[in-house]
Design a protein around this ligand. Structure first.
Ligand code: CTP
Length: 408
């Protein structure tokens, strides 16, 4: 999915166990695997023996970059067995596509005479099936009873759709298209929070401005606050674009697309490209205000070093984004002050025309760079300052997003 030039596909980054049962729609499993892998998922394919007649395991193994599994015990005499309990526990989600009438019936009855069914029986993660069969089979009362049973156990269904069927007949029973299945999984995995459908740009961490190829001007920001905001926004259903300076942090949540940058200039161009499609912009990065005017191409030798660095200001990204924001976009800034915090914060809120300013004071113990806690005051135009107690950065992220939600 593209909107303007900005890719908006959500990085799902999850373990998906894809069960493929034996129906003509099994050929579409190849497209499903490809789309899941493209969206950042690890895909383990488990096929029923009958599915081999419709699509080759080699195709699915190549696309998923993992061997395809079919049997509980390998038939090559190796004595190796495929641990269905382990596979089911590994999965964040099990998708069975296509799910034939036969597989659906066995699932409903608790029969587990193949690896796919054994995985289903052992699963603790969400399970979704995409039924595919001829219209009479779909309309058949035992099929609807089986589907009802599976629904009652929390199994989700995607489709089937209507259209031309393999039999040449027209009607209900056609497996949903791979894009539709993907969209469904995306909603399921990303969650339906209060920020569902909202696009949020968050910058985090420091920037590094080169003095020479070895040295740089940087700051003590670790990115923890920005990453906590990204995780919390994604948890609330937002599509998050996270632009991160050089940090040691990793993320493991669907819904976040991360762009790594090094300098203030790179951060500015990444943020500008992404901001125009966002509903909310949160600049929590500690962008360097100044950079060396002429970074040296080679390492500066101490014997020849000029002890004065010639600096120039970097672009104020927050001010640029605020000045060129699309209608209705909410812009949030951060400020780190060491003296006259409230006065400086209020002036910054007005000068940068922000909807919310998160004010940190370095004078508060446990607040600011590197800590897992933070103590902030929220400033908004025409509102009294909201002073928050010392809290974990996750709790601070929640408080900031509560305010943003109220203001959206
Ligand atoms: N910021 C930015 N681009 C910069 C510098 C800062 O977008 N080149 C953003 C930060 O991400 C933060 C806010 O501006 O959201 C506050 O930055 P700060 O350096 O505290 O404010 P300044 O306007 O630079 O004011 P001063 O340094 O004089 O306090």
């Amino acid at each position: 999915m593209e909107r303007g030039n900005v890719p908006v596909s959500t990085v799902l980054n999850r373990n998906i166990l894809l069960g493929v049962s034996g129906g003509i729609a099994a050929y579409k499993a190849a497209f499903i695997v490809r789309e899941l892998v493209k969206a950042g998922c690890q895909v383990q394919v488990v096929m029923t023996p009958a599915a081999h007649d419709f699509v080759t395991p080699l195709t699915l193994a190549t696309l998923s970059k993992r061997p395809v599994l079919t049997d509980l015990f390998e038939r090559d005499g190796s004595g190796k067995w495929n641990d269905h309990v382990h596979l089911a526990r590994w999965a964040d989600l099990m998708l069975i596509a296509p799910a034939t009438a036969n597989t659906i019936a066995k699932m409903a009855q608790g029969i587990c005479d193949n690896l796919l069914l054994a995985c289903y029986q052992s699963s603790t993660c969400p399970v979704v099936i995409a039924p595919a069969m001829d219209l009479e089979m779909w309309k058949e009362v035992t099929t609807s009873t089986n589907i009802e049973r599976l629904h009652a156990r929390g199994v989700g269904t995607i489709g089937p759709g209507s259209g031309e069927l393999a039999s040449g007949l027209n009607g209900e029973g056609r497996m949903s298209e791979p894009e539709e299945i993907l969209e469904h999984l995306r909603t399921l995995l990303v969650g339906k929070g209060p920020l569902q459908g909202r696009r949020v740009l968050i910058s985090a961490g420091p920037t590094q401005e080169a003095i020479d190829p070895v040295r740089y001007i940087g700051n003590r920001s670790t990115g923890k606050m920005g990453f906590a905001l990204a995780e919390e926004a994604a948890l609330r259903g937002a599509h998050v674009q996270l632009v991160a300076g050089p940090v040691q942090l990793t993320l493991d949540r669907p819904g976040i697309v991360r762009t790594d940058v090094g300098t203030a200039e790179e951060m500015a161009s990444a943020c500008k490209a992404l901001a125009k499609d966002c509903d909310v912009v949160i600049m929590s990065a500690a962008v360097a205000d100044m950079r060396p005017k002429r970074p040296a191409k080679d390492k500066i030798k101490k014997a020849t070093a000029d002890l004065v660095l010639d600096l120039e200001p970097t672009e104020d990204i927050l001010s640029s984004l605020s000045a060129s924001r699309p209608a209705g976009q909410l812009v949030v800034g951060f400020a780190l002050e060491t003296t006259d915090e409230l006065a400086h914060g209020t002036a910054k809120l007005q000068r940068k025309k922000l909807d919310l300013l998160v004010l940190n004071s370095l004078q508060d113990t446990g607040a600011g760079f590197g800590h897992d806690t933070n103590k902030v005051t929220l400033l908004a135009p025409g509102k009294d300052p909201q002073e928050l107690p010392l809290m974990s950065k996750v709790e601070v992220a929640r408080a900031i997003l509560d305010r943003i939600e109220a203001q959206l």
